[in-house]
Write a protein that binds this ligand. Structure first.
Ligand code: RB5
Length: 147
């Protein structure tokens, strides 16, 4: 599984914890798009980098971490072909893969503790899109990009 990840200045500790967690689970193909510095990281820039890479098929799933998850998800959803969701509990993380075929999970480091964030990530990464009636709905949503 190829993962793209990025954080802003609020979520460096969460990013480090998530990357370490992925490594423990033998998920090692993880590209970190965020800069090394810890200040002045403008979340739209990194939401864009990750979203473009996912849309181009360079990575399978993306993780975007900011203060609330909201800004990252709003920015990511502006990129053609991307379905991103801000999530603060595991149930939605699973269902949004199964039903919405989201490719990007956004988590708020100021909202969710690290252990809960790991559970949310695990649910997101282990769930699979169910297709069928959900495929029809996702296609309907994506047709809105032409409006
Ligand atoms: C940064 O202060 C904050 O706005 C950002 O991390 C994020 O929560 C935006 O949605």
């Amino acid at each position: 599984m190829r993962i793209a990840i990025a954080n802003d200045h609020t979520a460096k500790d969460l990013k480090d914890a998530v990357v370490a967690h992925l490594k423990e689970k033998n998920i090692t193909d993880v590209k970190d798009f965020s800069p090394q510095r810890e200040e002045g990281i403008e979340y739209p820039d990194y939401a864009l980098s990750v979203s473009k890479a996912i849309a181009a098929g360079e990575h399978d799933l993306g993780l975007l971490l900011c203060g609330t998850g909201a800004g990252m998800s709003i920015a990511a959803n502006k990129v053609k072909g991307i379905r991103a969701v801000a999530c603060s509990e595991p149930y939605t993380a699973r269902l949004t893969r199964q039903h919405n075929n989201t490719q990007i999970l956004c988590i708020g480091a100021r909202v969710v503790g690290i252990e809960l964030a790991k559970m949310i990530v695990d649910e997101f990464l282990s769930a699979e899109f169910e297709g069928g009636r959900h495929q029809v709905r996702v296609e309907k949503i994506m047709s809105f990009e032409k409006l």
